[in-house]
Ligand binder design. Sequence first.
Ligand SMILES: [Cu+2]
Length: 616
Amino acid sequence: MSINKGKRAWIGMGIFSLLILSLVVSCGKKPQVQRGGVAEAAIATYVAPGDLDEYYLFYSGGHSGNVYVGGIPSMRHISTIPVFTPYPATGYGFDKESKQMLGEFTWGDAHHPSISETKGDYDGRWLFISDNANNRMARIDLRDFKTKQIFGPIPNVSGNHCSSFVTPNTEYVLAGSRFSIPLPRGTYAPLEQYATTYKGVVAGIAIDQKSGEMSLGWEILMPPFNYDLGDAGKGASEGWAFWTCYNSERATGKLEVTSTQKDRDYIAAVNWREAEKAIKEGKFKMIGGVKVIDPKDRPGVVYLLPCSKSPHGVDVSPDGKYIIGSGKLQSVTTAFNMEKIQTAIQNKDFTGDEDGIPVLNYDNIKDAEVNVGLGPLHTQFDDQGFAYTSLFVESAVAKWKLGSWEVVDKIPITYNIGHLAAAEGDTAHPTGKYLVALNKLSHGRHLSVGPSQPESTQLINIAGDKMKLLYDAFTEPEPHYSQIIKADKLKPIEVYPKEENKNPNAIWDVKDSKVERNASNVTVKMVAVRSSFEPNKLEVNQGDKVTIHVTNIEQTTDELHGVGINEYNINVVIDPGETKTIEFVASKPGVFAFYCTNFCSALHQEMQGYLLVKPK
Ligand SMILES: [Cu+2]
């Protein structure tokens, strides 16, 4: 096994000093003066009453477990989509179906949202989002903005951070391990054996093209690095998937020191068509009940591109020609050339290997090192051939030209910037115009609410030569990444059409409502319609298992009803045309009101009933 050569540019304390200095400098920053003036910015972001925004903004809510929806350019918060966390406002996590989806977990760490694509462009069908905490992936249907599937915990994947980027025709969403562990999950090995016994995994989760249903695709056994972010190749690099990784030192303990010793980490480049072939050829081993390719046994599936140390984003240019990767602790971002990567693979232009995975010769696969500024994290693209790189240490966004590699503009961001997203900026056809800078820290941009300062996101106009700050918006904590899609690409439904409701327990007439008893099981078929429940009196015995199938028979948009049961910790919300199931054991004797929790009419307050539980 060979390792990166070269001297250590910066060692431990040097890096800390730099980071601390950058924080001190940023803390002292005054709010920025608008380039172009406040009035221009106000007009550019004002969406008049009755008008609608031009773009949807979807951003992850980190350990809130939610996805948040905003409008651009107003930056108004439009909606919250609960994904990994119960959310009483929409009844999510209280009915049988969503409880089953959430399983044993009541939280997740929602990281990177990804809109489904056709030919490399957003098609507006689904939004995928990864869970860094419990190794899962979720799919939201953009017809109704609801979570429809939570897949996982994904076998062998530990800390699904470098996820959920989609391939150009949504064949796969990417998954992988941030935290390498001994495999299969559940295996014990002391930390001293980290470098040799612990393993990382990168994976493609297969997507059913009609339903969006996720299932296992392929998994690849990787060295115990920390896989951080990813992107799928497209155009010139279609058929490839890329992941950054840090800690090529295979270190443990205080990683800020131990994993920053070498000058270079890697971008893992996976030829996923070769991975599909390897599985077909039977070139895999079963780990954790899953087919896993070991690159030692099947060459041609994965290669490593040396990258500046501690990289975060890896981003593929709209034509797929360039793979952009940078290290958080350096001042350049590297544009790797896909053609040169493929030539190097053909010529076996390798400088060594890591656990049998060839390491390509850095000097022969890059087109340029672009001097963007300090702490480059993540790059997005516009419709004019420009790239935009977030600079964490410098608290800025650099605009630079693909091909000429010239940095043409830079705009300061109020505090350390993390991710950024341009309008459709990771697709084959970005639309330009807007860029959203997601702040990692946001001190002083909002009225104070105590020690925890509200998060902030800055909207930037990228239509002209010079970037212009337009707006400081509140964002729910903690934004990790976002997607911006033209509003007219989405066609959300207004109601669930009655004829599409295939739930066997749905009823559409109050005449069909009933209460049935079978030993200690009580089953209720209930109708909710303005402004009553039918039945509205439920008599059960203490200890009975109660199942209520409730159908909201309305076919009018926004006519939602809820079923909240006093002191039974139940609140289910049913959209027009929907049927949901409530299950509970009537453990507490007494009389408990249930009522409609979602305002529905002038007589909403009258929409109530009683659960009468006879004591044993
Ligand atoms: Cu109601």
